[in-house]
Ligand binder design. Structure first.
Ligand SMILES: Nc1nc2c(c(=O)[nH]1)N[C@H]1C(S)=C(S)[C@@H](COP(=O)(O)O)O[C@H]1N2
Ligand SMILES: [Mo]
Length: 198
């Protein structure tokens, strides 16, 4: 069959590119303030708030199951990148080690440098979400959030904190850094939830 030698027709992408987005093959860096630079051995993710307090070091995280997944990412600044491949600990595999307290409905991601971003537990516990340390088979670079970042691909990419240091479980939704500055509380790219009046 000749067909298999041809590239997929462009219309195979139907449904993958959210409204208002343009494809890029580059990987733009978007950071408010400076990139953070530190060694993997310095990584600590602290779980607090409405969960039994726990900390995960780099070694603790590497001892958990490691998963590699490929998916598309979408930035609110109108770029989308298809088929990005990430390796790390699935959020659901981390969650299996946590003890949430009654009433927990949301989580705030905290980063080195003070960046924060909020998610509902429903959005946080999707099976594809990763605490990622590897991108495209290589250690995640500092500019892109290495040694460790979250990746929540079904929402705009500001919902994926780079340089993750904390997961704070909460009994209500609360705005993180960009959400306090006018971005949408949820940020679904397919619904174009860019700003809080969208
Ligand atoms: N700690 C931290 N995480 C962050 C940001 C940031 O400024 N600081 N920017 C967010 C935004 S707006 C986007 S689009 C993505 C960009 O990730 P990238 O630089 O790897 O493309 O990271 C998100 N996570
Ligand atoms: Mo962004």
């Amino acid at each position: 069959m000749l067909g298999k030698f041809f590239k997929k027709p462009a219309d195979d992408l139907d449904g993958r590119i959210p409204p208002g987005q343009t494809l890029t093959s580059r990987f733009p860096v978007l950071t408010y303030g400076p990139s953070q630079h530190y060694a993997p051995e310095e990584v600590v993710v602290r779980v607090f708030g409405l969960a039994e307090e726990q900390t995960f070091t780099w070694a603790d995280l590497l001892a958990l199951p490691q998963t590699t997944l490929t998916y598309d990412i979408h930035c609110v600044t109108h770029w989308s990148k298809l088929d990005t491949t990430w390796t790390g600990v699935r959020v659901v595999d981390l969650m299996a080690r946590l003890q949430l307290k009654p009433g927990a409905t949301h989580v705030m991601q905290h980063s080195v440098g003070g960046y924060t971003t909020n998610l509902s537990l429903e959005d946080f516990t999707r099976p594809e979400n990763l605490l990622a340390h590897t991108f495209g088979g290589e250690a995640l670079t500092p500019e892109h959030g290495g040694p460790l970042r979250l990746v929540v691909p079904h929402l705009y990419f500001w919902k994926s904190a780079k340089w993750l240091t904390g997961l704070e479980f909460m009994d209500r939704d609360a705005p993180g850094f960009w959400e306090r500055n006018g971005y949408h509380m949820r940020g679904d790219p397919f619904a174009e939830q860019r700003y809080d009046d969208d």
